[in-house]
Design a protein around this ligand. Structure first.
Ligand SMILES: Nc1ncnc2c1ncn2[C@@H]1O[C@H](COP(=O)(O)OP(=O)(O)OP(=O)(O)O)[C@@H](O)[C@H]1O
Length: 287
């Protein structure tokens, strides 16, 4: 399968701090999930891929284009849907107007076809019923869906979604997973999330980012397999475990090097993530 993004040794500096510190990433059509602790560099990477911010070092090809050239940047933008972490909207716009405005910017010039497209994406994210409501009256989850509708306009070849499921209720989250799985058919979706369940549900490819570098790159199954034989249950908390927490039944779930005779259980993606990151899983890296 053809590669859609090829990033090699990407560096993005803020002053002397390297938010991206030699990161490698290769994607193909399908859904790639970025997992990583706060401050790992996920948003910075997505902003670089979406041509919002340039990289300082390394090479980058997005859909075959070089975003460090004017021509390449424009070509990427024409094939891109981007949901930023803090999508801002004009509060006086209606929901329809907010999406229509972006459709105009995306060069959908014929108004009848454009309005049909706006209605289509509002339907996809379940906002048709509030199309005439002012943006300021929307809940946080609805605003997130509004941002997603803007990103979906024109069925872009590349969708870049920064924490798309934040604020979504369980029903909307399931609907979102359907949408993303559909978008990943033959096209490329790159999303960041703190929800390992989202990654397990929709991502064909997962990259764990930490300190501006890629710590793991593979499938969800390959990531989960890293924790095989390293997850166990016990009635008491074992202080030697790398991480431990109480389950609803009262027993403790442990991750780390199990003691002899431990009651091993099948790992989940979250267990592997915690093992991979070690103490960094709970520590924020800041500039
Ligand atoms: N414009 C900026 N100026 C200075 N430092 C920045 C800037 N943008 C990001 N950083 C720093 O770069 C690092 C990576 O930030 P980034 O937002 O990419 O992380 P993240 O993985 O998306 O985190 P989160 O999960 O909290 O959203 C952080 O330490 C952050 O403080």
């Amino acid at each position: 399968m053809t590669t859609t993004i090829e990033a090699h040794r990407l560096v993005r500096r803020f002053g002397r701090f390297r938010a991206l510190d030699g990161l490698d990433l290769v994607t193909r059509p399908g859904v790639t999930g970025l997992l990583g602790p706060n401050g790992a560099g996920k948003t910075t990477l997505l902003r670089v891929l979406a041509t919002v911010t340039p990289h300082d070092e390394g090479t980058l090809r997005v859909l075959g284009h070089d975003p460090s050239t004017d021509v390449g940047r424009l070509a990427v933008r024409r094939s891109l849907g981007y949901l930023p972490q803090d999508a801002g909207f004009h509060p006086g716009f209606t929901v329809f107007e907010a999406v229509d405005y972006v459709a105009v910017l995306k060069e959908h010039t014929r108004s009848r076809a454009r309005h049909d497209e706006v209605r289509r994406v509002l339907g996809l994210v379940g906002l048709s019923d509030v199309a005439t409501s002012k943006v300021r009256t929307l809940s946080g989850g609805m605003r997130r869906r509004l941002g997603l509708a803007q990103a979906l306009l024109g069925t872009p070849d590349l969708l870049v979604l920064d924490e798309p499921t934040v604020g979504l209720d369980p029903e909307q989250r399931i609907r979102f997973r359907d949408l993303v799985a559909e978008a990943g058919h033959g096209r490329t979706v790159v999303l960041s999330t703190h929800q390992t369940e989202d990654v397990a549900a929709v991502c064909s490819h997962v990259v764990v980012v930490n300190r501006g570098q890629s710590l793991f790159d593979g499938t969800v199954e390959e990531l989960t397999a890293l924790a095989e034989g390293r997850v166990w249950l016990d009635d008491r908390r074992d202080p030697r475990a790398q991480a431990a927490w109480r389950l609803s039944g009262g027993v403790f779930h442990h991750v780390g090097d199990p003691p002899a005779g431990a009651e091993l259980v099948a790992p989940a993606i979250e267990d592997a993530y915690l093992l991979l990151l070690g103490p960094d899983a709970t520590q924020e890296s800041a500039a």
